[in-house]
Design a protein around this ligand. Structure first.
Ligand SMILES: CCCCC/C=C\CCC/C=C/CC(=O)SCCNC(=O)CCNC(=O)[C@H](O)C(C)(C)COP(=O)(O)OP(=O)(O)OC[C@H]1O[C@@H](n2cnc3c(N)ncnc32)[C@H](O)[C@@H]1OP(=O)(O)O
Length: 324
């Protein structure tokens, strides 16, 4: 991609093959099942809700669905901000679908990795102002999704009123804990978010930060206590897909919405141009090394020792869930 074309892509997004219907709201039936997109042209705000039970893990199809939704929303010139959220109140995204990595199909593996690279290009380089509403856990590529946004609000956690059990979400690039390493472009995103020394430490140790610590290192911009708000805004209620309509009083979503509104009021050309000041160079660098990165990933994942670790990891995840 030459730099002019790439710049046009970054500033305005690729013209989508799917154009939006001219209604104010996109019904979930129009969106794909894995990601639900809703838009409100009056406020200029959209919501992209991840909906891949049980954990919003990133399969190839999930990555493609995220990219398709971004492009579809970008094609609507009236939309300036998008909130990235999850239908699962306890998990934002569990990162890569680890089953994609175990005994992988030779032809699918590079396509799978390409789909993740494309999420980086499309989300990090989007013309839209992006706000991540991190209600639940965001390990590894789940953290990457949040870091690729412009602003991150995270739930401080909550207590289940029946069981009295506390749920505290965590966020971070924990790959080394699994015996794998985050790819360079993902690791560099952490460096750009929290600074060199904090990133160096967190990458080596595979740190998963609880909300207060995530805020202290700058991995998230705000944390929101889980106390139901007294009233909700009609515009937010309208934007919520049916699966999470009951979340209109959720203070995290309200905080994300107010941030999205702040962004939507900034003159878009100035906002997008200043976003590209900090991002463009990194995206070009990644695109230039894309094939090399794919080869590296496929070579690494298919190593016997790595396969053994990953199989054991997937087994442990399944056993853990079966014991619940
Ligand atoms: C130097 C250059 C090197 C080159 C690099 C090359 C290669 C390396 C690639 C590096 C990139 C890696 C990025 C990644 O994202 S790797 C994936 C990392 N993700 C995780 O480790 C998360 C694993 N999950 C969890 O820790 C937990 O599930 C949780 C998200 C904290 C939620 O916990 P909980 O609420 O207790 O839920 P459960 O654990 O019971 O899970 C529910 C359900 O979901 C399934 N599941 C969870 N995570 C995943 C996943 N990542 N992929 C697929 N499936 C997942 C889990 O199996 C349960 O399913 P069942 O109920 O059906 O059993």
């Amino acid at each position: 991609m030459n730099s002019l074309r790439a710049r046009a892509h970054l500033l305005f997004g690729r013209r989508s093959h799917q154009s939006l219907a001219p209604h104010q709201h996109l019904s979930p039936a129009v969106a794909n099942d894995l990601v639900i997109s809703t838009v409100d042209e009056n406020s200029g705000i959209a919501m992209l809700t991840m909906n891949r039970p049980p954990a919003n893990s990133l399969s190839m199809e999930m990555n493609e669905a995220i990219c398709d939704s971004i492009k579809t929303i970008e094609a609507n010139a009236k939309i300036q901000s998008v909130i990235l959220s999850s239908t699962n109140p306890k998990i934002f995204s569990a990162g890569l679908d680890v089953t994609e990595l175990v005994s992988p199909d030779k032809d699918r593996l590079p396509r799978f990795w390409n789909s993740l690279q494309q999420v980086y290009i499309d989300l990090y380089g989007s013309r839209l102002a992006t706000v991540a509403a991190i209600q639940g856990h965001a390990p590894a590529a789940g953290c990457f999704l949040a870091m690729a946004c412009d602003y991150r609000v995270m739930s401080a956690g909550d207590i289940n009123s029946d069981t009295k059990k506390k749920h505290v979400p965590t966020i971070g690039l924990n790959e080394t804990q699994l015996g794998i390493a985050a790819p360079p472009w993902m690791g560099q995103l952490l460096v750009r978010t929290v600074g060199f020394r904090q990133a160096e430490l967190a990458l080596a140790l595979g740190t998963l930060f609880p909300p207060e610590q995530a805020l202290a290192v700058g991995l998230v911009d705000d944390i929101v206590p889980h106390q139901k708000a007294e009233s909700g805004e009609d515009q937010l209620i309208d934007l919520l897909p049916s699966q999470i309509k009951d979340q209109a009083l959720n203070p995290l979503l309200q905080r994300a919405y107010s941030q999205a509104r702040i962004y939507a009021k900034i003159p878009p050309q100035a906002r997008v141009a200043s976003k590209m000041v900090t991002r463009e160079e990194h995206i070009f660098r990644m695109i230039a090394k894309r094939d090399e990165d794919t080869q590296h990933f496929c070579g690494f994942v298919t190593q016997k020792a790595v396969q053994k670790n990953l199989s054991a990891y997937v087994e442990a995840l399944k056993n853990k869930s079966a014991k619940k």
